[in-house]
Every structure is written in structure tokens, then in C-alpha cells.
Design a protein around this ligand. Sequence first.
Ligand code: TXA
Ligand code: MG
Length: 334
Amino acid sequence: MPSMAGEIVQAVALLRAGELVAFPTETVYGLGADAGNPAALAKIFAAKGRPADHPLIVHLPSTAHLSRWARNIPDIAFALANAFWPGPLTLILERTSIVPDALTGGQDTVGLRVPNHPVALALLDAFGSGIAAPSANRYGRISPTSASHVRDELGDGVSLVLDGGACAVGIESTILDLSRGLPALLRPGAIRVEQIERVCGESPGLIGSPEPFSAPRVSGSHAAHYAPATPLRMVATERLRDTLDAQRQAGRRCAVLTYSQPGLIESHHLLRMMSAEPAGYAHDLYAAMRDLDASGAELIVVEAPPGDEGWQAVVDRLRRAAVGSGTALDDDRP
Ligand code: TXA
Ligand code: MG
């Protein structure tokens, strides 16, 4: 087995040669390429099957690199970087001329973050520049939170997969647009709006989210995203029993994701117990969806999580999974 230090040297050589390297971050695994090399960026879009107009996030070794990639940087960007980097917050800022068009889909802005994972930071330090990386999944599918998920998704489409174990956060970074006046939440994540507001001094609600996270500029914001192949339906806790009974009577086996009702699920169905805390739930969510997707169940039934703010990012991903899997949003009916 090669050592991680040796693999980082190999990864840097591959990146310099314009090849792809998958690497762990604290959120999900990224499919990385030299952010300054348009030919390398094209390989990301090809490997993922991702439309070329969907911009990529650039991962930076530290906040000191910010001004190479972004200009007209507002003070709150530095305040947020100080507060949350390295960490799961992506800032959308005006881009500088070194940012290739291929990276931004021709937009005048760029997404930047410093990830909080020792392997990602070692790679970025050794590379010494920005690494563009979307989540290392096929377009529209569930983001990978382990090295084996990446291999399942991309196979030979990636030269090297650095294995940093399971991702601590488990869902993608919060995306905040700082490029046009008031900050706007483009994608909820582990860094919550109230934490951002505490740093920005903006009053709640000022951080807008035009249409629930559906700005067309964000590919992850398309309603159908993060989708398993098996239909997935979110069901309110009170209706879980009726829904499952009806499915059993119809002879359908369900895979059930629940955080509060393990006793309800009889052996006809497959049970996956989730954390009753949003952070723990997010950590396990994508691995659980992958397992249940592969279980042979005809329907994935998800107990709808609580409505409070701390659950916003998890609920966002579950909704997209429901839409992406082809079932109606929040369809309660059995
Ligand atoms: O946690 C994460 O953010 C992971 C890890 C690997 O860092 N990356 C990730 O990348 O989720 P991706 O490409 O799967 O999602 C990035 C999202 C996309 O929805 C993209 O459209 C949006 O960020 N984005 C990137 N640049 C943007 C820009 N200039 N303006 C608006 N949205 C942007
Ligand atoms: Mg993605």
C-alpha cells in the first residue's frame, strides 16, 4: 500500500499533467482538476456527464489565495472566511481574469472555499494553487462520502482516488452568493444561516433565497438532484404506519429511513435507523441512500425530519432526492 504522502506526490503530478484526482473533503468527495487548466476542467464535465454551463467550485489552500481568484471582495467575505474556513462554506464572488471560462460556465463570478480535511489540505498545499472540484458523482446522482462510493460512481473515469475515510459532514457545503449586494443563500449546508447572520450582522431574512434554493445558476439547485434510482417518498411521522401498511398490503417491500419510529417498521420492510440530530443524520444520509437504493426495495420511505432550521440542509437534500427519483414532492398518500 502506498503511503498517503506518496499518493499526494502522485496526485500533484497528475493534476499538473491535466489529469483528474478524486479527494476527500469534510463534506463529500470531490473530483479535482487544476482550476487554471481548461483542458483538465473539460475532463471533469466529461467524467461526470455534467452540462458545461454548470460552474465548478475552486478549492483553495488558504484564505491568502482568495485575491488571486476573486476581486472586489467585500469585507464580509473575509469575516466569513475567518469564521468558517477551513470549512463547509462556499462563497460566490466576482472572478479575476485568471479564472477560466470553462470553470464558471462563462459567468462573471466564481465559487471558492477552503475545505477542512487533512488530505484535501495536504493536497492543496502541495499543489499550491486552486483545485476545481465538483462532488465526485455522476451528474444528478448521490454525492459520494467514501472512496468506494467514488469508484462505484466513476470507475476508470478518474486516475487516482485519495482515500480519506468517511466524510465528517456528509452533505455538500453551504453556498452563499456575495457577488450582488445582499448575501443570498444558494444552497443550505452544515453552516447554518443563523451562524452566517451572526458574522455578517445581517438580520434574519435579509439573507435571501430566491425561490427555495432554485437560482438557475446553481446546478445543485435543480429540483431533481442527489437522486437514488429507487423511488423515494417523504412521509410525515403520523402517516408512516398507514403508508407502510398500504405498501405491505400491495405486496411492496419498502426500505424505511426513520429517526424516531424504529418500533413501527415490521420485518416485511427494511429498516435504517437515522440519528435524531441533524449533524448525525447528514453524516449518514448519502451512505444510507446508497445502501437502500441497492437493497432491492421498490420504494424508499423517509420519515420527514422535523421542520426546525437546523434540519434545513437535510430536508433540502431529501426533497431533491424525492424529486430526482421521480416521486412527487412530500407525497404523503400511501
Ligand atoms: O461541499 C461541496 O461544496 C463539494 C465539495 C467537493 O467541495 N462540492 C460540490 O460541488 O458540491 P458541486 O459542483 O457538486 O456543487 C457546486 C455547486 C453547483 O451547484 C454549482 O452550480 C454552484 O456550486 N456554483 C459554483 N460556482 C458558482 C457560481 N459562480 N455561481 C453560482 N453557483 C455556483
Ligand atoms: Mg454535486
